[in-house]
Design a protein around this ligand. Structure first.
Ligand code: ADP
Length: 466
């Protein structure tokens, strides 16, 4: 089968969050299962495109109010485990960022160019797998735009990685979409605007979310799309994300300070923790709690300054945060530093290497998310022997079992200051119970969250359509 993933992000080429990790690893596992799984993504101006060489596969012109020349490039000397193609539209996509304030034209052009090329491939037994709203108009275009008539019988699948962002734009811009019978305009509309995510939910053959619990939650709370998801529930299914166990392997990870296995976890984690504590001036005798991620409401970040202040005042812990997001939250987190000197620090920004060292060196990973479609951080932390302290939401609910229930993590039901503080206290108590703490963190390293099962679940889903 030919599986064509179309996405704005793909690790290691361009990553903003978990979407990149998923699109960068699922095709590899699908290819290992014998399928021809490829990725199409934009050609950005970044370190990856600067440091690699590409060859041109196809060149053409697309119309988006005016003509734009574009090329389809492929990566030379590709060792990723799947074929990777880029849509190069210099004026729109070749930027040093992935997303900006108004991405309507950029991602519309990307989707049109990608489909124009898919049309040329003329391959039998193909499925088109779209990821999030940036590729949400593709299922509509395949089934309703005259130019893509030949793709009408090709199944399209949408995976929702995050339903908060929907790519809304006004009806004034509808003329930018390739021509279609205007009686179908309702398929693009939701609440009087063009809504690419809603259009994809309506028009794709199947809709998946990145965890079963998130699918259920979206039917109750989906930033305005609840009714639509309830209505389309027959074609919706939650498939838990996997992780790339080659990239996320403490035994071979080239980013971390000292590699380790389950057998050598004691010395391995100790060395990584020692490096972090020295680098960030933290007390290494205390349990080290960490947070990695976007500083936005979905991650519970609005509460962090108060939660951290309370926990650092009440418990003997060290705390390190890596992330960026709302400026006011960043400022409040920075402002706490003098009060908790020697036990608290932050790195405001994005740093892939540092994130790996934190997964390896921390004792506990905090994820008090309000919304967590799947969450990859808790799975990386388990694999590196770091105990997750999480809220009971979305994918966190599907992957973390509380120690109270013979599990291996700490969960709190509400994202409230008192509940998170209580969870941190329970984690600190666990840390004091040295033999239990060490037993659990060794045990969690062998929990299998690789893509093996989920990559197969996606293939079964495609097979049910072709
Ligand atoms: P989301 O996609 O909602 O941001 P996920 O848990 O699905 O959350 O994935 C987040 C990914 O991004 C993980 O690989 C995490 O390590 C990484 N990440 C997030 N913020 C940072 C950061 N500031 N520096 C390095 N990696 C980060």
């Amino acid at each position: 089968m030919n599986i064509i993933h179309i996405s704005a992000e793909c690790y290691p080429i361009a990553k903003v969050g978990g979407l990149a990790d998923v699109v960068g690893s699922l095709p590899k596992y699908q290819s290992e299962l014998g399928e021809n799984s490829i990725v199409i993504m934009p050609f950005y101006d970044n370190a990856f495109t600067k440091n690699n060489t590409f060859e041109t596969h196809y060149a053409s012109v697309l119309n988006l109010g005016r003509d734009y020349h574009f090329k389809v490039l492929s990566l030379k000397d590709n060792t990723l485990g799947y074929d990777l193609f880029f849509i190069d539209i210099p004026e729109l996509l070749f930027k040093d960022y992935v997303y900006s304030e108004d991405d309507t034209e950029r991602f519309l052009a990307f989707q049109i160019a990608a489909l124009n090329w898919v049309l040329q491939l003329k391959k039998e037994n193909t499925v088109v797998h779209c990821h999030d709203h940036h590729t949400g108009l593709i299922p509509f275009m395949m089934s309703h735009c005259y130019t893509y008539e030949a793709l009408k019988a090709t199944p399209s699948i949408l995976t929702i990685h995050n339903a908060q962002y929907q790519g809304w734009f006004s009806h004034d811009k509808v003329h930018l979409i390739p021509k279609f019978d205007l009686s179908n305009i309702g398929l693009l509309d939701w609440d009087n605007v063009i809504n690419p995510l809603a259009a994809a939910i309506k028009c794709s053959w199947r809709v998946t979310t990145v965890s079963p619990s998130y699918m259920e939650e979206l039917k109750e709370k989906a930033n305005g799309l609840e009714r639509l998801l309830q209505h389309e529930s027959a074609k919706c299914v939650g498939i838990l994300n996997g992780i790339d166990t080659d990239v996320w392997n403490a035994e071979t990870d080239g980013f971390i300070i000292k590699n380790y296995s389950q057998k050598t976890i004691l010395s391995g984690k100790k060395a990584n923790k020692a490096w972090l504590c020295k680098e960030f001036n933290l007390d290494s005798k205390r349990p080290l709690f960490a947070f990695i991620g976007r500083l936005v409401g979905e991650k519970g970040a609005g509460l962090f300054p108060e939660i951290f202040d309370k926990a650092l005042s009440a418990d003997k812990i060290s705390l390190l945060l890596l992330g960026s997001g709302h400026e006011s939250i960043q400022d409040s987190l920075q402002a706490l530093k003098p009060k908790h000197k020697g036990v608290y620090n932050t790195f405001i920004g994005y740093d892939e290497k540092l994130s790996h060292i934190i997964y390896a060196g921390a004792d506990f990973l905090l994820m008090p998310s309000r919304v967590e479609p799947c969450g990859l951080n808790q799975m990386y932390s388990l694999r590196y022997g770091t105990i997750p302290v999480v809220s009971s939401v979305g994918g966190l609910k599907d992957t973390v079992i509380d120690i109270k229930n013979d599990g291996f993590g700490i969960r709190h039901d509400q994202v409230k200051i008192e509940d998170v503080a209580e969870a941190i206290k329970r984690a600190t108590n666990l840390y004091s119970d040295d033999s239990r703490f060490k037993k659990i963190r060794k045990q969690i390293m062998s929990i299998d969250h690789s893509w093996n099962a989920s990559a197969k679940a996606y293939i079964d889903l495609y097979n049910s359509l072709t």
